[in-house]
Design a protein around this ligand. Structure first.
Ligand code: NAG
Ligand code: NAG
Ligand code: NAG
Length: 266
């Protein structure tokens, strides 16, 4: 029995994602899963840009052409610099510390033996230093997109994440039902000025015709994969490597085996 260990440093703990081959039963099924889990195409990192067709809603100009960022446990949309495609901090919150962290992630099987068949999950870095990955999930009560470690995410909707046929846009449960919800100005101060939160219209009814979000303004959005260029991926690997070398002095080495496949890609 051969094991291809994919070690991922997820939310403070190393999660070995078991990818087992050669078991007599269900070999074919397992084999497919292994290929999927180890599929380098699936594991190419991307950012998420935002497109919003309906420009008639107030605030759509902030969302259309924006970028997805992660903060305060949730997934948000902020405007992006058109040249560099980096997030622009909300007005009055220009010098955030840490700065806004753009979604930067890839697909990988969610490690949960109780999910049968296993579901394809989605991870993103939540900080570059230390390089830390979290799961992106849909809160099964509020339908808000959130991020967190395995413990935080396991009871929620963690997949099946996928892409559209042309691989250009993100889907969940085979559906592009993402909605930007204006969480309002009132408490925005406490959220570093963030306003547009991303939700998943799981029941395809406009979030219960808006009732799920208390009638807040909503915009249907497309989340577009912007795949990192080869140079960018190489640069990230080198940076991650440097950071790991610093941190692995001492005997922490095994804790920083991650992300293993990123190393394999070289
Ligand atoms: C996972 O997240 C939960 C809450 O989100 C936190 O309490 C817990 O400490 C985290 N676990 C690890 C191993 O970091
Ligand atoms: C990996 O995914 C790509 C895109 O879906 C697909 O074309 C390719 O066949 C997959 N490779 C394997 C080994 O499954
Ligand atoms: C745009 O959004 C407004 C307000 O939500 C809605 O009334 C209108 O039908 C939408 N238009 C399109 C083309 O979706």
């Amino acid at each position: 029995m051969a094991t291809l260990g994919l070690g991922l440093f997820l939310g403070g703990s190393v999660v070995a994602i078991p990818v087992v081959t050669g078991v007599a039963e269900g070999v074919q099924h397992q084999k497919k899963q292994n290929e999927e889990a180890a599929n380098e195409t699936r594991m190419i990192k991307f950012n998420l840009d935002v497109a919003c067709e309906n420009k008639s809603v107030k605030g759509a100009e902030d969302v259309d052409g924006g970028i997805v960022v992660l903060r305060h446990g949730k997934v948000w949309i902020v405007p992006a610099d058109p040249e560099t495609r980096t997030p622009i901090s909300p007005q009055g919150h220009e010098s955030l510390s840490p700065p806004l962290h753009p979604f930067s992630g890839f697909y990988i099987q969610y490690p949960d033996e109780d999910r049968c068949p296993p579901e394809r999950g989605l991870v993103s870095t939540i900080s570059d230093d230390p390089p830390m990955l979290n799961w992106i999930y849909c809160n099964s009560n509020t339908y808000a997109l959130c991020y967190g470690n395995r413990t935080a995410s396991i009871s929620h909707i963690v997949g099946e994440w996928d892409w559209t046929d042309d691989e250009s846009a993100l889907t969940l449960d085979g559906f592009e039902g993402f909605v930007a919800v204006d969480e309002g100005e009132d408490e925005a101060g406490e959220r570093d000025g963030l306003r547009w939160a991303v939700y998943f219209d799981r029941d395809d009814d406009g979030l219960g015709k808006g009732s799920r979000v208390g009638g807040k303004r909503m915009l249907e959005v497309e989340l577009l994969r912007r795949v990192h260029s080869e140079e960018e991926q190489k640069r990230q690997l080198e940076e991650a490597d440097k950071k790991m070398q610093v941190k692995t002095q001492g005997d922490l080495k095994s804790h920083f085996s991650a992300p293993a496949r990123e190393r394999q890609m070289r």
